[in-house]
Design a protein around this ligand. Sequence first.
Ligand code: MLT
Length: 405
Amino acid sequence: MFRVNEDYLKLPGSYLFSTIGKKVAAYTAANPDKKIIRLGIGDVTQPLCPAVIKALHNAVDEMADASTFKGYSPDLGYDFLRNTIAQKDYKDRGCDIAADEIFVSDGAKSDSGNIQEIFSKDTKVAVCDPVYPVYVDTNVMAGRTGVYDSETGLWSNVIYMPCTAENDFSPELPKEVPDLIYLCYPNNPTGASITKDALQRWVDYANKNGSVIVYDAAYEAYISEDNVPHSIYECEGARTCAIEIRSFSKNAGFTGTRLGFTVVPKDIKTAEGVTLHQLWARRHGTKFNGAPYIVQKAGEAVYSAEGRAETQQQIAYYMNNAKCIYEGLKSAGYSVYGGVNAPYIWLKTPDKMTSWEFFDFLLETANVVGTPGSGFGPSGEGYFRLTAFGSYENTVEAIDRIKKL
Ligand code: MLT
């Protein structure tokens, strides 16, 4: 009889957003007349912008013509996109990143889940708490997280870095030195951001201790303040310790189109004398056949003058929603965080409700779906996340309903 990977059996429950999806589906089936407003999962609602649609149409036409048809994409990405990213996301910001250090993929979720594969099984991992669940779950699958304590919701072999209102959602540098540190800024789920000086301290810490930082910058396009870095490579020394993950999902509405990339500088060397760049290239080549040509052409269009202007309008639209949520809840007496450099608003649940109690209460009384903070980790207990990715009309209606509770 076959046996399964026992590490998968250690995963508690289902994936956070699947659990929420099932609960909402059950409520909707029992209450078909209610208008549910979904501000739970961070999924965009604005259509792809005209520059992207035009690029998609053109690329589809190329696929219909034998002289321009494309088969497999290069597994690391087409040069036209890697060169554009290197120039616009990095060189234009003064960051020393070359096109061949950029690995194009089908999205940041896969990359942030897969990157742990190139590290040894005894790698000690540090995560913020609360945290995007993919980082922890994929390390559980890899068998390096130890034993799960269902009382505390903690894994014995993970270093948790609590982020709460008391420390302004900024984790301390860990005393026990991790091998791999996951940081996400602007942060999902708390909406917190990091200053360049604070990020420099993490880079210095990693270089001093021989740690690697996986820096998830999926929400960088939402940064509005000047002292907040868009890339970890704005920090001195990041080339020797940091991997950066980026996404087109939130900056250009590609959640259903799928495109992202990971930067692995050639300067991060392992104790065995190989580079992480070599290993990630080997992994990519073996397990991935490249993001679709038409999608990479769409990604390239995001960097055109039209694409830039149009996607900036989308971001402004969502950030107007964020303001509406933030100010609406604040005026209703809630303690609210985030929403300035990020499309997420993080709030304290009222009346000492647990995160899941507030989830049920909001769903049943206001027909609004959010995400329970405890689903992101034990330090998220008593908090709740709302996303700014809904339509403006629904966002206003949701906040009006919450204010009336
Ligand atoms: C979220 O809601 O946290 C995100 O949409 C999840 C993701 O990007 O995979």
